[in-house]
Design a protein around this ligand. Sequence first.
Ligand SMILES: NC(=O)c1ccc[n+]([C@@H]2O[C@H](COP(=O)([O-])OP(=O)(O)OC[C@H]3O[C@@H](n4cnc5c(N)ncnc54)[C@H](OP(=O)(O)O)[C@@H]3O)[C@@H](O)[C@H]2O)c1
Length: 330
Amino acid sequence: MTTPIRWGILGTGSIAGQFVEGLRALPDADVRAVGSRTLERAEAFGGERGIPNRHGSYEALASDPEVDVIYIATPHPMHARDSILCLEHGKHVVCEKPVTVNSGELEQVLGAAKASGKFFMEAMWMYFTPNIRLAESLVRDGAIGKVRMLTAHFGFQADADETSRLLNPDLAGGALLDVGIYPIAFALLMMGGVPKRMTSSACLGQTGVDEQSAYLFEYEDGAIAQLSSAVTTTTPYDAWILGDAGRIHVHAPFWGRCPGYTLYQGDDEEGTYVSEPLRGNGYDYEAEAAMQAIRDGLTEHPRMPHRRSQEFMATMDALRAQWGLRYPFE
Ligand SMILES: NC(=O)c1ccc[n+]([C@@H]2O[C@H](COP(=O)([O-])OP(=O)(O)OC[C@H]3O[C@@H](n4cnc5c(N)ncnc54)[C@H](OP(=O)(O)O)[C@@H]3O)[C@@H](O)[C@H]2O)c1
């Protein structure tokens, strides 16, 4: 039996609970500790889930000698601070997306990661979920010929509460950083990198953040990606990759950890539906990948390397610059 890797959970919100549930699918993952800004919330979160070590501050969690790797699940503007805290305490780190709010913050985190020699990865679960991996392999193997176009959308109608994380500028709210990162990550994965040119449009709402936004990516070879995101409008949750010899319809690539895809080749109009069942709730795949990389002594994961996080942040910085969207703390 492999020695279990001991996880600490930093923050006790919605995604933290789902990630812990994902870890339960991995017999070699030990959810050892949780840290919250208050001991009360750490006790409540840890008590409900049988997590033994419960800390009333993030510092106490980062100092816990029984923890190997910390999963950061705080709002975006705290990601840099919390990642650096954990790296400086000698912990490996898996940090929720977006990894930071801008490229400047990311460079500080990567500096701390380098200095610590510890593993650091942005938790882009989509890169590890089985049906996306299968669809990507088909694209790479030329199953649909040369990719010419791609469409991907991710938007939902959130509560109109202007103080919520999604609309609050102090918490780096807006569609781009919260959900737009997924269609962008999907395009970079399937198109094989960043575009040569980006045009975009955004609707900035009452609180000044982008309630909905759309992006058009143009690649060197003429391929085009049309992407959109929203936190005030529900969009279709799907994506298409269109090649000169076929197409792939990816079902809910950003929701439910992607249940499957349909491949159409040549003149086939019926398509072949493929659905690899998920093992846990789907967050287990990114956690498993991080654990393997840590066991292998890596400081970044080859499938979600630091360079890819830099590409996400540079892309989102450039889009926000097109709209004049800066957060109050920037
Ligand atoms: N991968 C995914 O599928 C996915 C899904 C949703 C969200 N996310 C990402 O995960 C992060 C957290 O999202 P979430 O929906 O879980 O948020 P959430 O429910 O609001 O939880 C955030 C947690 O962070 C802590 N926190 C620290 N400083 C805070 C502050 N100033 N205001 C509010 N909370 C603060 C709180 O825990 P304590 O009070 O216990 O310290 C809080 O429970 C975001 O960056 C988001 O983009 C990822």
